[in-house]
Ligand binder design. Structure first.
Ligand code: C5P
Length: 219
C-alpha cells in the first residue's frame, strides 16, 4: 500500500444528487444518497489528503477535517468544481448530476389549471467532462452506473470523457448501489481493470483510493 502518495494532495470530490428547480417550490432530482462520495471523502482524509467535498442535498453528516461546499443544482456544482479543481491533484466525480434542467424555471408557483402539463427541459452541462478537458486537468475519476454491457459502456465513457479511471457498477443488482450501504464495482483505467466484490461503501472507498493512488503515481 502507498499511504504517502495521497498525503497533502488536494482532492476534490462531488457527491449526492443535484436538484433542478421547476418553480419556487418544486424540483427534479434522483435517489442518490451521497454515501459513496462521503465515504471517499472520509477515506481520502484518513489518508492525509486535503479534501474538498462538493455536495448536493443529502442527509449525511460531514466527515471531520474536510471542507464541504453545499450546492443545489448542476450549474452551481459546475461552478464549484471549476473553482475547486484549480491546484487540484485528483478530481473524483461521484455525484448523480441530473441530466436535464428546466429550460426556464417558472418565477411563480405553477398552478394546476390544466389536465396535462408538459415541462420543457434542456441538457445540463457535463461537469466531469468539462474538468477533464482542461489543459491543466487533475487526475480525473468518474463513475458509471449501467444495467447491461458494463465493461463496454464504462470503457467507452472513460474514453469519451477523457478520464484516467472509471468505476462501474451494475445497478440492475438491487442489493447494491443507490441508497444501499454496500456496493460492488469494476474499475477500469486505460491499461487495466480490477473487480471489487460486494463490500460496504467505507471499505470500498479505501480500496478505490488505493487504486487511484497507484494509477496517479504511474502517470
Ligand atoms: O454520462 P453519465 O452520467 O453516465 O456519466 C457518469 C459520470 O459523469 C459520473 O462520474 C458523474 O458524476 C459524471 N457526470 C457529471 N455531470 C453530468 C453527468 C455526469 O459530472 N452532467
Amino acid at each position: 500500500f502507498l499511504p504517502q502518495v495521497l498525503a497533502n494532495k488536494n482532492i476534490t470530490i462531488t457527491a449526492g444528487p443535484t436538484r433542478e428547480a421547476i418553480d419556487p417550490v418544486r424540483y427534479i432530482s434522483n435517489h442518490s444518497s451521497g454515501k459513496m462520495g462521503y465515504a471517499l471523502a472520509q477515506a481520502a482524509q484518513w489518508l492525509g489528503a486535503k479534501v474538498n467535498l462538493i455536495s448536493g442535498p443529502t442527509s449525511l453528516e460531514t466527515p471531520g477535517g474536510i471542507t464541504k461546499i453545499s450546492i443545489s443544482d448542476a450549474e452551481q456544482m459546475l461552478q464549484a468544481a471549476q473553482e475547486y479543481t484549480q491546484n487540484c491533484d485528483i478530481f473524483i466525480s461521484c455525484a448523480a448530476v441530473a441530466d436535464y434542467k428546466m429550460k426556464q424555471v417558472a418565477p411563480q408557483k405553477m398552478k394546476k389549471t390544466s389536465d396535462e402539463l408538459t415541462l420543457e427541459l434542456e441538457r445540463n452541462p457535463d461537469i466531469l467532462a468539462s474538468i477533464a478537458s482542461l489543459a491543466q486537468k487533475p487526475f480525473c475519476v468518474g463513475f458509471a452506473a449501467e444495467t447491461q454491457n458494463l465493461a463496454h459502456y464504462a470503457k467507452d465513457k472513460m474514453q469519451r470523457k477523457n478520464l484516467d479511471m472509471i468505476i462501474a457498477n451494475d445497478v440492475s443488482n438491487q442489493a447494491i448501489g443507490f441508497n444501499s450501504n454496500d456496493n460492488a464495482v469494476t474499475v477500469f483505467w486505460p491499461k487495466g481493470s480490477v473487480e471489487i466484490e460486494q463490500t460496504d461503501k467505507q471499505n470500498l472507498a479505501i480500496h478505490l483510493l488505493q487504486l487511484i493512488a497507484a494509477q496517479y503515481e504511474e502517470k
